[in-house]
Every structure is written in C-alpha cells, then in structure tokens.
Design a binder for this molecule. Structure first.
Ligand code: F6P
Length: 368
C-alpha cells in the first residue's frame, strides 16, 4: 500500500447511521484536497472493500458540497455483514481470513495510503482487527449513544439529545392538559447517556437508565406522591436497555429471529396504570433520534474529526482514533476505545444534579 505520487486515501461509514457523518466526510475531503490527496468512499461500510476493485464513490468537491447539514451518510452504511467484529455487548467474533485477504487486495489494488473508518464500538473493533492485520487504519468515533470509551463525546449524540428534548417539550403540554403520565422510550442499549441528557434538558420527572436498576414500587409511589402534591402529570424518560432491580430487560424477537431491545415503555405503561390508576401513554422515539439534520455541535465536531483524521493519516499514526478531550481533538490508540463501553457512573455529576432538582431514577421513591 502507498507509493503513488498523488496520495489516495479511503474512507467508510459503518454501523448505525447518525447525524454528522456527512460533516466528517466533508472535513476529510476538504482537508485532503488541501494536501493534494484523492479520497475514495467505500459504499456500505467495510462491505465496499469486498467486490473486485472495491465498490466506492470518489469524493469530489461537487458531491461533498452542501452535505454537512444533511443527516445520514452519502456512502451508505450497515451494521451487519462480513465484517461484524462484535455480535453483541461483550461477545466478539473475528473477521474471517478470507474476508481480510479480499479487503487487503482491494486496498493494495487501489493503492490506499490510509483507510479512515467512521464508526462506533463494533466498527472500531473491526478497524482494530484490520489494523492488526496490517491495514493503515484510522478511526473516527461515531454513535448517538455516546458510549465509546476514550473520547469525551462522539458526534451524533448531541443531535439525538436534541430530538429527545424537542419531543419532551411537545409532550409536556399534552401530559399537563390531560393530567397524564407519559413515558418516552429512547435509544441506549447499554448506556443511558441519551436518556440522562435528554431527560434533564427536557425537564423529565423520572429518568430510567440501564446503569441504575429501577423498582416498579418506587416509580408508582413517586407518581402518587407527585399527584398528592398537585403535580398531576409526570414525564418519564426510559432508555430501551433500562433494567428492573431484578435485572430484567425487555426485548422482542424480529421476524428474522434477531433479538432486539424494546417493549420496556409498554410494560411500564401497563404497570403504572394498574398500580396508580393514572391515565398513561407511551411514545417510542426510535429511529427519529438517528435521523434528521445534525446540530451545530455535531457539524463542528464532524468537521474537526474529519480534519484530524486526515492529519493522523499524514503523520502515519495508524491504529489511532480521533478523540475529543477537554475541547481539544486529540488521538488515542483504537484499542483504548473498544471492547469496553462507557456507561453512566451511577454517581455521575449529571445524575447527582438531576437528583438535586428532584428527578427520580426509579431506585428510590421521590416525594413531591
Ligand atoms: O447504536 C445505536 C443504536 O441507535 C442503539 O441505541 C439502538 O438500539 C440501535 O442502534 C438500533 O439499531 P438498528 O439500526 O439495527 O435498528
């Protein structure tokens, strides 16, 4: 790999999409153009490396103009396929030798000096495996869940939180008008960052996250106590991966046999109605949190991450990932970021702040 007078680098977006991916692509293209480099974007994540000659889109001034403000990814993505280095939290699968050999041939044929992989924990685990197999990999941290280690923030998170906040603003007025309990189910399989930030920004009365197991008795008691104190409506934000204190999580099997988290909002709705007699509704935000335009912060992070990734490629710092720390965009080894999710510490300052203003986490009754 390497050797051509005009450097060529590859980029790919992998895993679940999120707002800000196109901003990173634009940052990568513009910074590379300044250096006189060419950029090709593999289609549908790592999968684009498999067909003979690669399946890619050459990035140009034309096709990267005006994309920063658009959600999704112009390259396409997948969280399935031949490169799935992680099958579920804590479980690891290796990419087959045959797949690695094919991808390696593609990178060699295309004479790539660097490959920038933009992804979350699973995709960066793949990037790490490829780096260890000799690929000139650089990682860019992406996930709405903000659960990647070794970076204070991933891009996409702020946009997802903005979506939750907007939903809560809307739901408060209808909850108050009808004196109802409204449960808003948000994403977050293993980490409750979206629920915590969105719940705090959107003035939720209760925030239920995977890291702090809840009790239905405490939830019912809190609602009844609020009611008695004159707060007739209650807004609850629940992360899809929140657990009861008995460790129970709620999931459903898809038609393809795949298990997906879901159903916790519905369960809470039934339990709250039967335990408190309050009229209760549930709103599942789902993929709304992954769609739409990136916020200002995610655009800025995206551009900065893209530019930094190109600088790392120029310095030949392979096996590293762009990382956001103390308002600076730095780099860390990819190995430090993967295989261990960043969860909300139950004593996190934000949790304490929320508790200080009377927010319940369902682990003890809060009296109104
Ligand atoms: O990792 C981001 C995430 O949005 C999770 O919070 C959510 O459970 C999952 O992706 C959903 O992914 P899919 O696109 O497979 O439905």
């Amino acid at each position: 790999m390497g050797g051509s007078p005009r450097k060529r680098i590859g980029v790919l977006t992998s895993g679940g999409d999120c707002p800000g991916l196109n901003a990173v692509l634009r940052g990568i293209f513009c910074a590379s153009e300044e250096l006189g480099w060419e950029v090709i974007g593999f289609r549908d994540g790592f999968e684009g490396m498999l067909p003979d000659g690669g399946d890619y889109l050459p990035l140009t001034r034309e096709n990267t103009q005006g994309i920063m403000q658009i959600g999704g990814t112009i390259l396409g993505t997948t969280n399935k396929g031949h490169f799935t280095a992680k099958v579920a939290a804590g479980e690891k699968a290796s990419i087959s030798e045959e797949v690695i050999a094919k991808a390696s041939r593609t990178c060699r044929d295309l004479d790539l000096s660097a490959v920038i992989a933009i992804g979350g924990d699973g995709s960066l685990s793949t990037a790490l495996q490829l780096y260890r197999a000799g690929f000139p990999m650089i990682g860019v941290p992406k996930t709405i869940d903000n659960d990647l280690e070794a970076t204070a923030m991933t891009f996409g998170f702020d946009s997802a939180v903005a979506c939750v906040t907007d939903a809560l603003d809307r739901l408060h007025t209808t909850a108050a008008s009808h004196k109802r309990v409204i449960i808003v189910q948000v994403m977050g399989r293993h980490a409750g960052w979206i629920a915590l930030w969105g719940g705090l920004a959107g003035a939720a009365d209760m925030i239920l996250i995977p890291e702090i197991p809840f009790s239905l008795e405490h939830i019912a008691e809190t609602i009844q106590s609020r009611d008695a104190a004159g707060c007739k409506s209650t807004m609850i934000v629940v992360a899809e991966g929140a657990k009861t204190r008995h460790g129970q999580q709620f999931r459903k099997q898809s038609a393809s046999g795949e298990w997906r988290l879901g159903g916790i909002g519905e369960m809470l709705c039934q339990e709250i109605e039967s335990r408190t007699g309050k009229d209760t509704r549930v709103c599942v935000l789902g993929h709304l949190q992954r769609g739409g335009d990136p916020t200002t912060l995610d655009r800025i992070l995206g551009i900065r991450f893209g530019v930094k990734a190109v600088q790392l490629a120029e310095e030949g710092k392979f096996g590293t990932m762009v990382s956001y720390q103390n308002y600076q965009v730095l780099d860390v080894p990819i190995a430090e970021a993967v295989h261990h999710l960043k969860r909300v510490p139950p004593s996190d300052q934000l949790v304490e702040t929320a508790r200080a203003i009377g927010v319940s986490f369902g682990d003890k009754a809060v009296h109104g």
